[in-house]
Ligand binder design. Structure first.
Ligand SMILES: Cc1cc2nc3c(=O)[nH]c(=O)nc-3n(C[C@H](O)[C@H](O)[C@H](O)COP(=O)(O)OP(=O)(O)OC[C@H]3O[C@@H](n4cnc5c(N)ncnc54)[C@H](O)[C@@H]3O)c2cc1C
Length: 384
């Protein structure tokens, strides 16, 4: 029989926001974690997004997604506070949510204590017409996901091996073994967490009873350098990110270094291609014209093909927009966990999901009330 010290070891497949968050949460509890990723370095998948928002979801009835994202954003902001450099890696700016007519209904009085109807001066600062329907989320801001991934992986209990594409997983003698396409063993441990986004499906779909309905959802953002903006364009930039039908962020370092502006994102179902496309820049320009019409009017030239830059990635989604985390099927697949399906909210949800998985594995108190945690459990998809 193995001692407890032997069993507190995990393999994690995928070094994006999901995998790095699980690894960090386990490592903080004293587990030894080996993370394997097929890429050469951080940010190969959706977590290579240059900049995104941590912002809560709100709904008139404060539904499950709203309550979970609120807890998730809180967890992410605390992690950012601990591990990241404010102003360059992330910033707690507050986020204005502009709700367009015909889109999702905003609650008259948000139940989130950190959200409220936006004030006239906040609406004005965003450059929106007076009385535009908008909320102000005080506990929200922008984050550069690669920075968070890299910081989470910097833990002495975590070892990361790059350029390790896992091709197969199997369990013998209470140990999971992962191998590459040549059958070489890449790692072994009693616990295995699959966090390889949509590619998790290829690794898991042959397992008995596996029925988590993962889907790819392509998305592209458009961005440019602040230094290339005219004086008029600068003056029209909102002083905080604006979210709604798309999102606009400015004053955040671009992947090359200089400060930039960012508008996203497109949504394209069942597409697994990630090259940047000009028609998607056009779609983002259109998105800006409904999110921030005044800014869009003056930004037109910035979307010219020789000026605009882009980044595209694949989100991994589930039908109810809630991730699938933790043990998949403890009876048939003991020791096998998932942390994926973050959809369009990996920044807001991955840290909480990592904590939840680690709490389940380490028999700790959960970071969420059990009635909410069960909505995230990968086990909810286990077939009978
Ligand atoms: C355009 C766009 C805009 C977005 N904006 C926001 C936003 O504003 N706010 C927000 O919260 N979220 C946003 N998201 C979503 C967020 O980026 C994702 O939810 C998150 O990055 C998913 O992280 P992940 O670790 O699950 O997946 P990934 O980051 O895709 O990581 C998966 C990793 O697994 C590795 N891998 C895959 N297969 C294998 C294998 N067989 N062997 C070894 N390694 C493997 C990959 O190399 C990759 O590194 C956006 C996404 C997109 C595409």
């Amino acid at each position: 029989m193995k001692s407890q010290a032997d069993t507190r070891q995990a393999l994690v497949i995928g070094a994006g926001l999901s995998g790095s968050a699980v690894a960090y949460s386990l490592a903080r509890r004293g587990w030894k974690v080996l993370v394997l990723d097929q890429a050469q370095c951080v940010g190969a998948g959706a977590s290579g997004l240059p900049a995104g928002l941590a912002a809560p979801h709100v709904s008139p009835d404060d539904n499950v997604l709203s309550r979970i994202t609120r807890a998730g954003v809180q967890a992410t902001l605390e992690r950012a506070q601990t591990l990241l450099k404010s102003g360059t890696d992330w910033a707690l700016t507050g986020v204005l949510e502009h709700n367009l007519l015909g889109k999702r209904r905003l609650p008259a009085d948000p139940l989130d204590p950190h959200s409220a109807l936006a004030s006239a001066s906040q609406i004005d600062a965003a450059g929106l017409p007076p009385r535009s329907p908008a909320l102000w989320h005080a506990q929200a801001g922008w984050i550069r996901p690669r920075q968070l991934v890299a910081a989470q992986l910097q833990n002495p209990n975590i070892q990361v091996l790059w350029e390790q594409k896992v091709d197969a997983i199997e369990r013998h003698d209470e140990t999971w073994t992962v191998t590459d396409a040549h059958g070489h063993v890449l790692g072994q441990a009693p616990w295995l967490v699959v966090a390889s986004a949509f590619e998790s499906l290829a690794l898991l779909q042959h397992l008995p009873g596996f029925a988590v309905p993962l889907n790819p959802l392509r998305g592209q953002i458009s961005f440019g350098h602040m230094a290339d903006l005219t004086e008029t364009q600068h003056q029209r930039l909102p002083p905080f990110p604006v979210n709604g039908h798309g999102s606009f962020i400015s004053g955040v370092p671009t992947p090359e270094g200089p400060l930039g502006w960012f508008i996203g994102s497109t949504f394209e179902r069942n597409c697994t291609q990630t090259p940047v496309r000009f028609e998607d820049h056009a779609a983002n320009e259109l998105r800006l014209s409904s999110l921030l019409p005044g800014l869009a009017e003056v930004m037109a030239g910035q979307f010219a093909p020789d000026r605009v830059q882009g980044w595209a990635g694949l989100r991994c989604t589930l039908p109810n927009r809630l991730p699938a985390v933790g043990p998949i099927d403890p009876q048939r697949l003991p020791g096998l966990c998932l942390s994926t399906g973050m959809g369009a909210r990996g920044i807001s949800l991955s840290v909480l999901c990592g904590e939840l998985t680690a709490a389940w594995l380490n028999n700790d108190p959960l970071p969420l009330p059990p009635a909410l945690a069960k909505h995230l459990a990968a086990q909810r998809f286990a077939s009978t």
